[in-house]
Design a protein around this ligand. Structure first.
Ligand code: HEC
Ligand code: HEC
Length: 300
């Protein structure tokens, strides 16, 4: 496993000298203050945990923020929110501008939460209180964290691509052995008798779309290595993590909402240089074509 402790995301340009990453632990839930500030923090946490009910108009899949940012955004190496909070505003190559935390969250709704398939057809509008409450929660999680320092466990692991590359057929076998028990043979996860999603879908119409960070193999491999199988992070080899990523990210999912022309044109516009199956043909199917009919009723 290769872990670049010094590459604090978004700050690659600052000199690494003497920037030893600091350990940080967010405060326990019992420390959430009373009063209006506490109410906003609690609501932010509820949105993070139950995004599909608390931010229903803007969610077009069966995921929640917590699906990928584990332990309610507390867990190290699953892009924890305490580390994210102290690293914004930040320049992002994805949209070529300085991003505030609200810009960043708008992107999470658009891609990871597939807002195009939501009842409103898009992410929360600028200034929506959903952003303020999420930010109140992150700000509180980062209580007493140093701003601009490198915090241990920020972001996802950066896993070097192994010599043997990645392979979706090897990944299919890893998936069957280590993942299918929870996420299902068909990757659609599982709901309990009340219809509540207990294991989230990894592909198909109810999962993240082609514009999401998780659709890039390097992000998925790093996430899987540190966090999956759930409760047994860091038990797979790097090779297994890359191969499992190749299996789940070579399945069809909702369209990239930025697509205007053909998939091939969208590869050039937004996906060049990415490690992705977007725009590749697998088993005679052009990946990126999209899935129809998200779970929740759309406006159409
Ligand atoms: C399908 C998985 C997934 C879901 C669901 C998801 N995210 Fe993320 N998130 C990621 C990935 C992957 C990254 C980092 C890769 C990137 O930059 O695109 C990320 C990055 C972030 C960051 C920046 C972290 C940092 O250290 O800079 C924030 C903040 C964030 N997400 C918040 C959210 C919120 C809030 C939600 C729910 C509205 C959410 N995410 C839902 C996968 C997800
Ligand atoms: C013991 C059950 C379990 C196993 C086994 C498991 N997962 Fe997960 N996985 C979960 C749960 C639960 C979540 C969501 C975390 C949460 O909500 O707290 C999750 C989240 C994810 C996510 C992000 C959310 C999404 O839907 O895209 C990915 C990707 C993922 N798992 C991939 C895998 C892979 C690959 C394997 C096999 C190496 C695997 N998981 C094995 C339970 C499991």
């Amino acid at each position: 496993m290769v872990r670049d402790e010094f590459a604090f995301r978004g700050r690659e340009n600052s000199p690494p000298a003497a920037n030893v990453p600091l350990s940080f632990t967010p405060p326990p839930m019992s420390k959430i203050p009373d009063g209006p500030e506490g109410a906003s923090i609690r609501h932010g946490m509820a949105i993070f945990e139950n995004t599909g009910t608390e931010a229903k108009p803007f969610v077009g899949n069966q995921l929640a923020c917590r699906s990928c940012h584990l332990d309610a955004g507390r867990k190290a190496d699953s892009a924890p929110m305490w580390a994210a909070w102290v690293s914004y505003p930040q320049y992002r190559a994805k949209n070529k501008k300085m991003n505030t935390m609200e810009d960043r969250l708008n992107g999470c709704f658009s891609y990871s939460m597939n807002a195009q398939g939501s009842p409103s057809g898009g992410p929360p509008p600028k200034g929506d209180p959903i952003y303020a409450d999420l930010e109140a929660y992150f700000h509180w999680l980062a209580s007493n964290a140093p701003t601009g320092a490198k915090l241990k466990g920020a972001g996802f692991l950066k896993l070097k691509l192994p010599q043997a590359g990645y392979d979706r057929d090897r990944g299919r076998a890893v998936y069957a052995q280590h993942c299918a028990s929870c996420h299902g043979d068909d990757g659609q996860g599982r709901t309990d008798i009340n219809g509540r999603q207990v294991f989230p879908p990894l592909w198909g119409p109810r999962s993240y779309n082609w514009g999401a960070g998780m659709a890039q193999l390097n992000n998925a491999a790093g996430f899987i290595k540190a966090n999956m199988p759930l409760g047994a992070g860091n038990t797979l080899t790097d090779q297994q993590a890359w191969d499992a990523a190749a299996w789940i990210d070579s399945q069809e999912r909702p369209k990239d909402p930025r697509q205007k022309g053909t998939v091939a044109e969208n590869v050039v516009a937004f996906h060049s240089g990415e490690k992705t199956f977007y725009g590749k043909t697998v088993d005679g199917h052009l990946l990126g074509s999209g899935t129809e009919a998200p779970v929740q009723a759309s406006r159409r």
